[in-house]
Structures are given as C-alpha cells and as structure tokens.
Design a protein around this ligand. Structure first.
Ligand code: ZN
Length: 177
C-alpha cells in the first residue's frame, strides 16, 4: 500500500524513532509499504518517519526508477553507524522536502550494523552515494533532515527557498485530488 509522505516541517520528521523489538510480519508489511511508496514517489531511500511511523526502519535502493530497480533492495532495521571515514560534498534531495536540492557535507565511507528483513544481524559498508544515502536516512530516524546539516546561513536560505517550493507542491497536490 502506498502511504502518504509527510512533508517538512511535519513534527514527525523532527522526532526520534523507536527501536523495533521484533522483526515480525507487521514490520515486514511496513517495509513492503515503504518500498511501494518510495518507488511511486521516485526516491532512492526512505525512513519510516517519512510516512509518519516512528520506528527505526530505513530502506534504500540506488536503482530506484532505473531498469535495475528492485535488484538491490537494502532494508535496515535498528541501523547503527559503527564506522565512518573521510569527507564528501554532494547534492541531496528528500521526498519530505519536495523540490529542494542542496550540497551537503558527509562522511565518504560508513559501516552500518542493522537487522535485515528476516531479523538477522548484518553489516553493510558504503562509499560515495551509498554512504550518503545511509547517513541521510539514519539521520531521519534521529529527527534530523538534510538541511539541518547545512551551516546556519545556508540552512536559512534553504528554508526560504523551500517555503516557495512547498506552496507550489501543495497546489500541485490539491489539483491532483
Ligand atoms: Zn530524506
């Protein structure tokens, strides 16, 4: 089922998500809905906060919207960054801040420990785009969005621009109803 994406500054995007106690069918149904929603909306990652669920669940598919969509689905339940190295600067966007793209500084490499779809513990290492996606999505679980990673001035400018984009987005959404 495609869920509604929560749009910034919705409170749920500023709150900390709670750990999953048991990876059961309910959690897997949430993950399935998240993939369906992400593919419909056209993103490469989604955190449960973004559909209004304060649970520590993240999905990533760098092939989203391309011909290899669905081939490398990454499900991270209770993810924790256990190592990070280096630095990279690259443009980010977010389904919860529609239309806004800003350059964000991130670690170049991260290692993340998490549970998978079957509840088994695993580790994933990522560089460049994958490292960026992992950091962006895990930030969501801690109530942090990408503009919070900008300098205070850049963040203020981004918010001013976003206000206009948000009005446009809301108009578009209203006309689709
Ligand atoms: Zn996001």
């Amino acid at each position: 089922m495609v869920r509604e994406i929560k749009i910034y500054p919705d409170e749920v995007l500023k709150q900390k998500a709670q750990p999953i106690e048991e990876v059961n069918d309910e959690v897997r149904a949430l993950v399935d809905d998240m993939f369906e929603t992400m593919y419909k909306k056209g993103g490469v990652g989604l955190a449960a906060n973004q559909i209004g669920v304060l649970k520590r669940v993240v999905i990533i598919d760098l092939g989203s919207g391309k011909e290899n969509q669905g081939k490398d689905k990454i499900v991270l339940i209770n993810p924790e960054i256990v190592a990070m190295e280096g630095e990279q600067v690259g443009e980010e966007g977010c389904l919860s801040l529609p239309g806004l793209y800003k350059k964000v500084k991130r670690a170049k490499y991260v290692k993340v420990k998490a549970l998978n779809y079957d509840g088994e513990e695993f580790e994933i290492e990522g560089e460049d785009l994958l490292a960026r996606a992992l950091q962006h999505e895990i930030d969501h679980l801690n109530g942090v969005v990408f503009i919070d990673r900008l300098s205070p001035l850049q963040r203020r400018l981004a918010l001013e621009k976003y206000k206009k984009l948000k009005r446009k987005y809301e108009k578009k959404m209203a006309s689709q109803r």
